[in-house]
Ligand binder design. Structure first.
Ligand SMILES: [Fe+2]
Ligand SMILES: [Fe+2]
Length: 200
């Protein structure tokens, strides 16, 4: 697509378009790495009901990654490697989950953040129509993700340390996640600021 056509579609200045493409590459990276976490769950939850739900969930996350990839390309950008993205930072901070309960708890915390972030993005002023459509499509799936993973966690808790362990894990992960997201947001803001200053 030519630059003029993109500009006409989004009404974004070149530096704003570059900033949006960077953000969408962050989203794409988080979706793909989230999908990898789900692939780990496939080895742990072998019952048919979990397998069916996990496979649908995995299909959703890879579709989300594809929707972001498509949108990036439609806007004239290219999918690119992300260094130090959100999920990578989560892995560094929290370490490798030791059992299925830890993977499920980590999934809930990350899914909550994705939902909040996408909702927050959709509420910003001036979001272009195509990007808003992707934001709406991806958030529509997140409620179901949170609900089935939460139910599975409650179901497994009694045999795996009890509800107290789950509550403590969630509390620990949420605290760690808040630190991770704050650092990610600060670095994201610096990058966006750099893009805008370089254009002046
Ligand atoms: Fe997603
Ligand atoms: Fe999700």
């Amino acid at each position: 697509m030519e630059g003029g056509a993109v500009g006409a579609e989004t009404r974004l200045a070149p530096e704003e378009l570059e900033a949006l493409l960077l953000i969408m590459n962050f989203y794409r990276d988080a979706e793909l790495r989230g999908a990898r976490l789900l692939l780990n769950l496939h080895r742990h939850l072998r019952d048919p009901d979990s397998q069916a739900k996990l496979t649908r969930h995995l299909a959703d996350e890879t579709r989300h990654a594809w929707l972001w990839t498509q949108r990036i390309c439609e806007l004239g950008g290219a999918p690119s490697d992300v260094v130090g993205g959100y999920q990578h930072r989560m892995g560094q901070k929290i370490g490798v989950p030791r059992d299925v309960v830890e993977i499920l708890a980590l999934t809930i915390v990350a899914e909550n953040r994705a939902l909040e972030r996408y909702n927050e993005h959709a509420m910003r002023t001036g979001v272009d129509k195509g990007t808003l459509e992707v934001l709406e499509a991806v958030t529509a799936d997140e409620q179901w993700h949170l609900s089935w993973v939460g139910e599975k966690l409650s179901e497994l808790a009694p045999g795996r340390g009890g509800q107290d362990r789950v509550a403590q894990l969630l509390e620990r992960y949420r605290a760690a996640e808040q630190e991770v997201y704050a650092s990610f947001q600060a670095d994201e803001a610096k990058l966006l600021d750099l893009i805008r200053r370089e254009s002046q």
